[in-house]
Each structure stands twice: as C-alpha cells, then as structure tokens.
Ligand binder design. Sequence first.
Ligand code: KIV
Length: 266
Amino acid sequence: MATTKTSIATLQKMKREGAKISSLTAYDSSFAKLMTEQGVDFILVGDSLGNVVQGRDSTVPVTIDDMVYHTQCVRRGANNAFVIADMPFMTYSTPEQAYEVAARLMQAGANMVKLEGGQWLVETIEGLKTRGIPVCAHLGLLPQSVNVLGGYKVQGKEQQQADDTLNQALALEKAGAQLLVLECVPASLGKRITEQVSIPTIGIGAGADTDGQILVMHDMLGMNSDYLPKFAKDFLGQGGSLADAFRSFAEQVRSGEFPTSEHSYK
Ligand code: KIV
C-alpha cells in the first residue's frame, strides 16, 4: 500500500473533519514500516520502550541516547510517517535542557516531541515552539511520575482533578502544544477536553470521544500473556497476520468500533 506524507496539518484537518486518528508506538524500522503501510496515521517512539523493549518496570530509566537510537530506527523504516518521540524522564526539567534534548530527537528523525506534565511546562513549550520544535503534551496518567502517583491509576476521577486537567490542557494549548495525549482518564473527561481544545486529542484509556486513539504496540499484539490493560484490545489474537492486526486497529479506530465502553473508565 502506498503511503503519503503525514504532517501535523493532516492531523489537524482530521480533527476538523471529525475523522478519527489512529496511532501506535513503534521502536524499530520493521514494525514502523508495517504499521504505516497498513494505514496507522502516526507513530510514537514511546519511552514505554523501557517496559516493552528493555524489560524494566517503568519508563524512568530510559535515557536520551535510547530515545535517539530508537527514533533513528523508526525513521529509517517509515520515511513518510509522522513520528513523535518522547522526551525521557528529567530531560526537560529546565527550558534550556529541553531545547538541547529536543534538538537531538528532531535530528534523529522526529517530527514532534512529547512531554509529560501540566502548567509547569508552559514556558518550555513556548520556547520549543518559538525555536521550531513542535510539541505534543501528555496529561492524565503520567508514567514518568509513577513514583509520585504511587502506581498506574486512573486520573481525574474527582471533579476538582478533572477541572484542573481541563485547565492544564487549555494552558498547554495556549502555550503552543499542537497535539495532546490523554492517558487513563474517565471517558467523560476525555470528551470534555476534546470539545474544549482546538488541537487534536489522542486517548489511551480516555474513552471513545477523543479525536484519536493510541496503543502500545505490544499491548495490541497481546504480547504480554499475563496481562492486557483494560483500555487495550488484542488485535492479533483475533487471528491473521501482523499486517492484519495493524490494519484492523486502524480500521476499527476509524469506524469507531474501537474503543468501546469495555475499554473505557467511568
Ligand atoms: O511511552 C508511551 O508509549 C506513551 C503512550 C502510553 C502514549 O507515552
């Protein structure tokens, strides 16, 4: 299947037109190529590679050298793909540090960088955008803060926390973020934020009403036989090839068949 070049403008247009956006994580060239060929709209080189590639129990130990290496691998496999790369834990604690680290990821082949956090990132996001580096924000469950949160828990269940998350989303959009990942929040909050921001929202465990969906590739291939997160679905377990699984994910996101209330939090 031929692939055309995707950009942030493509994703913005999809939001305007109400077309659902599909996205998966990838960490190497072969998977990046295959999923792009099967119609997945963009790729995240997630620091989840700490868990699924390196076998660690969190994303905290992932380094910038790890991220540069895997971003280069993904870019080689998927020339035309829109690729976002995660900035690892404690590599954006000051704006100046963020500029240097983000530059490395962009030079490795990323089209955009992703940072976890709210209001405290406003200055950093403004500075990155001014310097030509597009930013994807990430709110809700922040895996890099797992040690502060005390575990991987649904966020924004209380009214006050939900209101705070919405206000942070608006502040990050105002600062210049062009995309927003919402992780593990109630479906009602995913919908509320999506309606109030003009940038595309991409949910993982954020209900069916975000502008798009993202899953960790290993989850949607059912690679952990002990555990499938509530928000994920095993697309390979349905039978067929890897290509079929990626195509089916993209099609089910597009058609609204995935996710259902079974994959969402109340
Ligand atoms: O690192 C990652 O894979 C992510 C997704 C969970 C969105 O940030």
